[in-house]
Ligand binder design. Sequence first.
Ligand SMILES: Cc1cc2nc3c(=O)[nH]c(=O)nc-3n(C[C@H](O)[C@H](O)[C@H](O)COP(=O)(O)OP(=O)(O)OC[C@H]3O[C@@H](n4cnc5c(N)ncnc54)[C@H](O)[C@@H]3O)c2cc1C
Length: 506
Amino acid sequence: MTDTDVLIVGSGPVGSAFARLIADARPEASITMVELGPQVSTPPGSNVRNLPPAERDAARERSQGPQGALSGDRERTLHVEGTVISPGGTYLASPGHQDGMPAAALSSCVGGMGVHWTCATPRPNDDERIPFIPEAELDAAFDEAERLMHVTTLPENPYGRAIKELLREHFAGTLPEDRLPDGLPMSAIPQPDGSIRWGGADTILGDTRLDLRTETIARRLVIEGDRVIAVEVEHLPTRARETISARVIIVAANAFQTPQLLWASGIRPDALGRYLTEHVLVYSVVALRDEVVERAGIDTPVAQLVKDPTASTFGIPYTAGVHPYRTQVMHMADPPFPVDESSVHVGAARFVAMGNGVRKFPRAEDRLVFSDDAVDGWGMPQLTIEYEVTERELAEVERASADLRAVAESIGEFVPGGEPRLMPAGTSLHYKGTVRMGDDGGAESVVDDRSRVWGFRNLFLGGNGLIPTATVSNPTLTSVALAVLASAAVLEELDAARVAEPQSAG
Ligand SMILES: Cc1cc2nc3c(=O)[nH]c(=O)nc-3n(C[C@H](O)[C@H](O)[C@H](O)COP(=O)(O)OP(=O)(O)OC[C@H]3O[C@@H](n4cnc5c(N)ncnc54)[C@H](O)[C@@H]3O)c2cc1C
């Protein structure tokens, strides 16, 4: 039986943040990380957008779990002949069992979704924030999360500056000065040659030393009283099984597979898998008017300046009561779907794709149901997603669509087929709430404000599943910040366990 100080399940940005924080504070501690997917990029967990296109496509396919090449698509088209498929690098979470959330998807690889993500890392605002964590503490955790993720605002090009100017003029007087449209904070490292290295789990891990077990699934947590004493794992290619004993266990295996592992282990509090939320998404595509080029004052073709639309992205933040959505505006030379350019005036500045993320209010009945009999493609309890967008959210969708229409008028016009439309549930890829954090002793929550599972001393969780509030901000920064807050409690538990068993140190 292998023995380790800390065992982390899941190698995404959040598992990686735990590893980094623990290794920095206790360099002598042994850390083992198990990840059911393969390593698809080098260094492990790096963003595939840093790879040349052919390698990127291969890495995406290898992240698509049991569905492999049948899943994600290179163009990221969501609708193919009436079916829903997932973006490249992801695969549908539970085909045949996800009618409530047809687009729900996962990535299975070293680095998790964090090797396929867009890197947007805005902070949440107002009532998006977790109310029972003191403001100053949460802000300090965001500072540390931003440091770990190398969050920055990317340099602007003249077209981007012109778009931003028009957007700011549109919202002037409506939104507070510090909530006006602005460059989106990104996990990214601008390079001296002008290119960008996109952030991934590797950015967070740095040179952290750990024993990374790839293609190794955690099947069950072994419980003794109020502790998890070991984890049963299986190396998938060889089917070799092993039990790894550990002093502290952290499960950061995403909002679907974290509750799945707890369920498989017999840890089944009432709130497990419930209160599932995401960002209800309204999407649109706008052809920019000529004024953008006039304001930019240059004649360089857009394609030369906007090679990666992510590099020219603007955010319009959530502001309670005034702008209860988060708008993401991406400038692009080529539209995300074919556009008949004879039927709409496409200015030389070309296009933006604009989406409004709308709140989903937590309800116990939006939930994952796990089976005690059937298993999924990984041999874990089959999960079924029960989820509904209610009248309450649909009313917000109406307002968010009207908001997008007004914004579009200020910069251009919708392309045919680009008018605001509600995307299938699950499209956001931001699933939250299924192992939610609370200050209620576990009545409607799974973990406390330090991410510790109620009733256990040494079992901590990480990931978007902990986020208990209705939010619209991209969640990864928040989840890394929650790992920062948890890390002091993790270290305290580790130190106590090593005092009790001094032979384990080293
Ligand atoms: C295309 C795309 C764009 C995105 N853009 C953004 C964005 O701009 N901003 C943002 O905030 N978020 C974005 N996201 C979401 C973001 O990537 C996730 O929020 C983030 O990766 C969550 O990190 P995590 O570590 O909690 O989980 P994950 O990254 O999902 O990692 C969990 C890992 O655990 C592994 N695992 C699961 N079960 C087990 C088990 N039993 N045993 C062993 N391993 C297991 C999984 O294989 C997975 O690799 C995007 C996602 C995608 C796919």
